[in-house]
Design a protein around this ligand. Structure first.
Ligand SMILES: C[S@@+](CC[C@H](N)C(=O)[O-])C[C@H]1O[C@@H](n2cnc3c(N)ncnc32)[C@H](O)[C@@H]1O
Length: 300
């Protein structure tokens, strides 16, 4: 019977050969998956023998990874902002840089609810996550609000044009016990409803330039093109959403839009043209790259 160390050595060699740039990490995560444990369990027990069943599972997982499939799809789970999200090819794998969008959204909501106390009987804040994918943003924000006991003060909606992504988002919402806190809709950008305008619009829409798609790492080819393709200039979908904001956003409302790390100048130009007089700040992510655009309409 092979030991954990022996299987890891085989896995690392196999994945290096296939071109993986994170062969050791991938092998550790996949062996942990095969053994039904976590990565620490693998690293801490390198002399332990591995039974035939888990060894075969590891072998099958290595085959998939060597063919380019992302580790997250093989494991079926991805950590995002400290929460475990179910992931599969129905939706984009949540990226760490999107945690910045969630942090800013939480701050914005708390600032509105606590920073400027509202009169008793005020209606809940209306928040929408546009392009919800597998639910990373909407579900995490809903969980954070529940922890702060603010869930009843916010009405959260989420849209996507992919019915498959919406199904996965609903599953993740239920798994995190916020299934009854988010209204999901299959809609192009904003939900079609005549209710009050939105206080907060959140969006991590596709922003990769179409001609850059073939240059992405092979793992991205397993993700839905609809989740990545931002058109010729990368900002085609975001541009359409920005165009809706004057009608859709409440007075004092804000839109928090994720962009690519090289798109700050284009985004500023787009906002200057589409929303003259609006404020446009761009926050950096942990890697120091421009990541979240914050748009606010001018006070009347
Ligand atoms: C980059 S993924 C982000 C998914 C998720 N918000 C996240 O951060 O992990 C973009 C999502 O936007 C959706 N999408 C693309 N065009 C859309 C549109 N016009 N209206 C609504 N959703 C759209 C895609 O289906 C995809 O799920």
């Amino acid at each position: 019977m092979a030991t954990v160390r022996e299987l890891l050595d085989i896995g690392v060699a196999r994945l290096r050969e296939s071109g993986s740039e994170s062969a050791r990490l991938d092998a550790e995560l996949l062996l942990a998956f095969a053994l039904d444990t976590d990565r620490t369990g693998v690293i801490a027990h390198t002399d332990a023998p591995v039974g035939d069943g888990p060894a075969a599972r590891f072998e099958a997982a290595l085959d998939r990874r060597a063919a380019g499939e992302p580790v997250a799809y093989i494991r079926g789970v991805k950590e995002f902002h400290g929460l475990a999200f179910g992931v599969d090819p129905r939706a984009l794998i949540p990226r760490p840089e999107t945690e910045k969008l969630v942090e800013l959204a939480e701050l914005e909501i708390v600032r509105r609810l606590v920073g400027a106390p509202r009169p008793t009987g005020s209606p809940p804040l209306r928040v929408v996550d546009v392009g919800v994918g597998g639910g990373a943003v909407a579900v995490t924000v809903a969980v954070l609000l529940r922890r702060r006991k603010m869930a009843d003060e916010v009405e959260m909606s989420a849209t996507d044009t992919s019915e498959e992504a919406l199904q996965l988002a609903r599953e993740n919402a239920v798994a995190h016990a916020v299934g009854d806190r988010i209204t999901f809709a299959n809609a192009d950008l904003l939900p079609a409803d005549d209710a009050r305008p939105w206080d907060l619009v959140l969006a991590n829409l596709p922003y990769v330039r179409s001609d850059a798609l073939p240059t992405l790492p092979k793992a991205a080819s397993f993700e839905p093109v609809l989740a990545l393709d931002g058109g010729a200039d990368g900002l085609r979908v975001i541009d359409r959403l920005v165009g809706l904001l004057p009608e859709a956003l409440a007075v004092g409302g804000a839109a928090l839009l994720e962009i690519g790390g090289d798109q700050a100048a284009e985004m500023r130009a787009l906002v200057a043209e589409r929303l003259p007089g609006w404020s446009c700040e761009i926050e950096l992510d942990l890697g120091g790259l421009p990541r979240v655009t914050i748009l606010r309409r001018p006070a009347r």
